[in-house]
Write a protein of this length. Structure first.
Ligand code: FE
Length: 213
């Protein structure tokens, strides 16, 4: 397992706001380092691929599924998510302060980073491009209900939408509600219902019907 790239929280809040400028700098830096033989572009690709497909969002799905299946773990997760995840083993260690936000029938949580793109990499892998976009970051605050509708998620009017803003110090993820019809399911089977977007709050977990091929 190669060293993971530094979490974006290592940079100060706002340091990666101007994506196009940063992207140009990263590309220039990568080219120079590769030309000088300090880095191997294929190795970087493999690290990114690991965060995209193996680490995230499956780590998060495993945590959510365990919380659905194990009430004691769920309680520990809501009290201190970092400690609960680290005690689980096989993930992290999660170095940043991690907070789990529980969805209920009356409250839906949505995670955003209004300043830049802080994101729980350890659990969810690489953030989707839209998470870093200015329209998402602003609409999550101005019109979260409309934003969720655009994601195909129409919540009943009596469901409160709580928008939580990530910071460089605290990473947030949503603990979605367990889908109905999953009584007695194993954690492995439950984990297959947990989508990345459901842990950001921009979607819901799959239903058993949606998950079956
Ligand atoms: Fe940020």
């Amino acid at each position: 397992m190669p060293e993971p790239p530094p979490s974006d929280g290592a940079a100060s809040h706002g340091a990666h706001s101007e994506l196009s400028a940063i992207e140009l700098r990263v590309r220039a830096l990568e080219t120079v380092l590769a030309e000088k033989g300090y880095i191997e572009p294929q190795a970087i690709d493999r690290i990114i691929e690991a965060f995209e497909t193996r680490i995230g969002p499956r780590n998060g799905a495993r945590v959510v599924a365990k919380a659905w299946a194990d009430p004691q773990f769920k309680r520990r997760l809501l009290e201190n998510a970092g400690a609960a995840v680290n005690a689980l083993g096989g993930i992290g260690p999660v170095g940043v302060h991690l907070l789990a936000l529980e969805n209920t029938p009356k409250r839906h949580n949505l995670v955003v980073c209004t300043l830049c793109s802080c994101y729980p990499w350890d659990l969810l892998g690489l953030p989707p491009v839209w998470y870093k976009s200015a329209p998402y970051r602003s609409r999550a605050v101005i019109d979260p209900r409309g934003l969720l509708a655009d994601f195909g998620l129409s919540l009943a009017p009596d469901v409160e939408i709580r928008v939580s803003d990530s910071t460089a110090e605290t990473r947030l993820f949503v603990l979605p509600m367990r889908p109905q019809g999953t009584e007695g399911w194993s954690e492995e089977a439950l984990a297959r219902l947990v989508t990345r977007d459901s842990m950001i709050g921009a979607g819901l977990p799959l239903s058993p019907q949606e998950a079956s091929p």
